[in-house]
Every structure is written in C-alpha cells, then in structure tokens.
Design a protein around this ligand. Structure first.
Ligand code: NAD
Ligand code: MG
Length: 392
C-alpha cells in the first residue's frame, strides 16, 4: 500500500485527488489530510479514507475539528506548525494543494521522505524554486507538476532531451474578462472576475486567471520546472483550453498536449507516474469540437505577463516578492479596497521598490527559507502601503 498525504484536501485540487483515491481505496494508506475552515468536509473525508491525522491550518478551528472527529480514533491538530509536523510523517506520495505561500513549508518537509511531491501549489516554485529543487535532490525526492500546463509539458518531454527544446508555449484561456473592452476592466467586480469559462477551480486562482496573474505565475513555474530561459517561454491565448501546452524542438517539430478540462488528468498522471493508468475523464471528440482558436496575449490588457518576464530575468528574491505582492493585492481586491486593474499596479510598484533596494544582492541560486519568508513579509507590507498611494 502506498502511504499518501493530501495537503489542501478540502479544496478543488484536493477533492479531485480524493475522488481518484476513493476509486481504489485498497491501494492507499492515507497518512494526513489537511484543510482550512471547511471542517465538515475535512472530517468526512478523514473518516471515509481512514486517515491517521486530520489537520486544519487555522488554530481557531481546532475545537470544531476535535468535536467532528471525537470517538473516531483519528488524530487532530491545528495551525501552521501542525501542518509541518503532519508533513514530517513518512509518506511515499504527497499532494501539495494548499493555496498560496502557506503551502511552501509543508512541501519542503514532505520532500525529506524521498518520495513524490505532486505539486499543485505553484506558489512554492515561484517563491522558492531553487530551494525546493535542491531539497528534492538532497533527499532523492521527485517533484511532479500538477498544474495542467506543466503536466502537459512534462508529458511532451518524456524521452526527449531538454537541450533540444527551442521553446515552451503554455496556453491561457483568457479568463472571465477576456472579451471585455479594455476601459471597462477597471470596474470589474469580484463576482465578475470569479466565473471561469472552462475550469472549475478555487476562488483565488479563478480571479488570477482573469487578471492573468495565474499565467504569470505559470511562466515563472515553467522556468523553475524545466530550467529554460525567459526567451524560450511563451503564452498563447486559447479560449477552449483543450491544448494545455506545446513544446517546440530545434527541428521545428511541436509536440502539443491536449485533453479535457479536468484536473483529474494531471493529478492522475502524477499519481500513477511513471505508468499511465485509466482515468475517469471525458474523451475528446475533436470532430465535434471542430475548431480551436489561438491568439497572442495583449500585454496592455494583462500587464502581469510583462512583470513575470522581468521577474524571471532578475531572479533572486523577485519571485517571492512577486507572489506575496500578488497575494496581498488579491486580498485587497477581494476586500473591495482596490480595483481589478490596481492589482497589477500594486505588484509593479512593489517589484520596483524591491529592485531599487536590492541591486546585486542574492547572487546565490538557493536562497534560504528564512530570507524567502522575510521577503514575503516585506512585500505584503509594501503592497498595503503602495495600494494606499493609488488614485491619490
Ligand atoms: P482552493 O481554494 O479550492 O483550496 C485550497 C486549499 O488550501 C483548501 O483545502 C484550503 O482549506 C487550504 N488552505 C487555504 N489557506 C490555507 C492556510 N493558510 N493554511 C492551510 N490550508 C489552507 O484552491 P485550489 O483551486 O484547489 O488550488 C490549490 C493550489 O493548486 C493552488 O496553488 C492553485 O494555484 C493550484 N492549482 C489549482 C488548479 C485548479 O484547477 N483548481 C489548477 C492548477 C493549479
Ligand atoms: Mg494551470
């Protein structure tokens, strides 16, 4: 039996992972399931999957979780330290699907068992890619992509030599506001930014899709996963989201990966890797689909893409600053304190401040966790300050 843990089990990716696990309960021993405030879901899944321990990331939810699991024999814990302790329990396969920078520390600890870390939490790679990769190498662990685009690239690269790759193209649906007139974007509300045309995802990533911050994060993630340069990474707008990524080789060939919009494909690929197993996803009928559209992204509409390109070129702590400023700007947008397009402006102001202050520092590739966390904290403080200066 494979020992597995799921971090962020109550979220969209977590629930899709559980759907696959529940189809073959005898194949897995579930060590830890973690969630946030949805205690009923966490408790239900912990009971169904006979987990050793259930952990909520929030201390204030501890007594609810204790009550929900009283008498079941399932251990219970709460808080960021408890998430790390859960990650320290030996496992063979771990799903990292907490949203945001909160997923970094548990992922780093999970790598120490030398198994597979299935990485949905792109924020980990964006904030601390080199650290994550060096820890994986140190402990003999494998990091597998779960983001659909990166899983697609990974699959297109099987049996290929990365030095023969000319470019990697990841696709973007364009999100909820793709066809809105540019001048109307500033007025977009949370509800309007929150409906994704193709994918059913968590609220934060859905808004990040509309602003293209999700794709911007994925550009940085591409650089970290595959070690290519900024010049080799491209974004292509593809509203149908059926081609997830394309890899162009030196001989002019392009390998494209297609599939339905169902994250159980990328999750299942990471779960069964290096094998392929049958998965309960729709089979595409291309004759019925008929046409696929592609276009170049408009950088005026989506400034996040331009910022990501600069982040990749500058390296160092730029990714950590970018992610934290983006998370904070999104919090401010959700709270109604700034507008939809102000998010990119806030992130740009924070990045410029960082680059002015840090020219030439952090030449080392692998930046220690403490420095990453300090940069994360500073970027959030700066983002709040910068947001106040907008529209003055
Ligand atoms: P979600 O909001 O649906 O779920 C997030 C999970 O993280 C929940 O279990 C929540 O309880 C938990 N969580 C949130 N804050 C926490 C905290 N401070 N401490 C501990 N746990 C916390 O998000 P999602 O859409 O499932 O996305 C999860 C991750 O996967 C994100 O990094 C996202 O970018 C990535 N991802 C998601 C999709 C998708 O289709 N949903 C696709 C690609 C990548
Ligand atoms: Mg993606």
């Amino acid at each position: 039996m494979r020992r597995i843990s799921i971090f962020g089990a109550t979220g969209s990716i977590g629930q899709s992972t559980i759907d696959l696990i529940k189809r073959a309960p005898d194949a897995y021993h579930v060590v830890a399931l973690t969630g946030g405030r949805n205690i009923a879901q966490l408790a239900r899944d912990a009971i169904d999957l006979k987990a050793e321990i259930a952990v909520t990331g929030f201390e204030t939810c501890l007594s609810d979780l204790q009550n929900a699991l009283a008498g079941t024999g399932i251990e219970v814990a709460a808080g960021p330290q408890a998430l790390i302790e859960a990650a320290d329990r030996p496992t063979d396969w771990v799903m990292s699907a907490i949203v945001g920078a909160a997923g970094l520390a548990p992922g780093l600890h999970a790598l120490r068992h030398g198994g597979v870390l299935a990485l949905a939490n792109k924020e980990s790679l964006v904030t601390a890619g080199p650290l994550l990769k060096s820890e994986a190498a140190k402990y003999g662990a494998t990091i597998l992509p779960v983001d659909s685009e990166h899983s697609a690239v990974f699959q297109a690269l099987v049996g290929e030599d990365i030095s023969r790759v000319e470019r990697i193209i990841i696709t973007a649906s364009g999100g909820a506001l793709r066809t809105w007139p540019l001048e109307k974007l500033a007025t977009a509300t949370v509800a309007e930014a929150c409906t994704h045309p193709n994918w059913d995802m968590g609220q934060r990533i859905t808004i990040d899709s509309a602003s293209m911050f999700n794709k911007a994060m994925e550009l940085i993630e591409t650089k970290e996963f595959f070690g290519v340069s900024a010049d080799q990474i491209e974004v292509l707008v593809h509203p149908q989201s059926l081609v997830h990524a394309l890899v162009g080789f030196v001989d002019g060939a392009i390998m494209a990966h297609m599939g339905p919009h169902d994250m159980r494909h990328a999750i299942g690929y990471a779960l069964h890797w290096p094998q392929r197993e049958k998965l309960p996803v729709e089979r595409l009928d291309l004759a019925k689909i008929g046409q696929l559209e592609f276009s170049a992204p408009d950088l005026q509409r989506w400034p996040a893409l331009r910022l990501a390109d600069e982040v990749i070129r500058r390296g160092g702590l730029s990714g950590a600053i970018f992610n934290a400023a983006k998370e904070c700007a999104l919090d401010l947008f959700l709270a109604g304190e700034i507008g939809f397009q102000d998010m990119a402006q806030v992130v740009e102001l924070v990045l410029n401040r960082h680059w002015q202050n840090s020219a030439g520092s952090h030449k080392f590739d692998v930046i220690p966790l403490d420095d990453v966390l300090k940069a994360d904290h500073t970027a959030r403080v700066w983002a709040r300050e910068c947001a106040k200066t907008l529209h003055n």
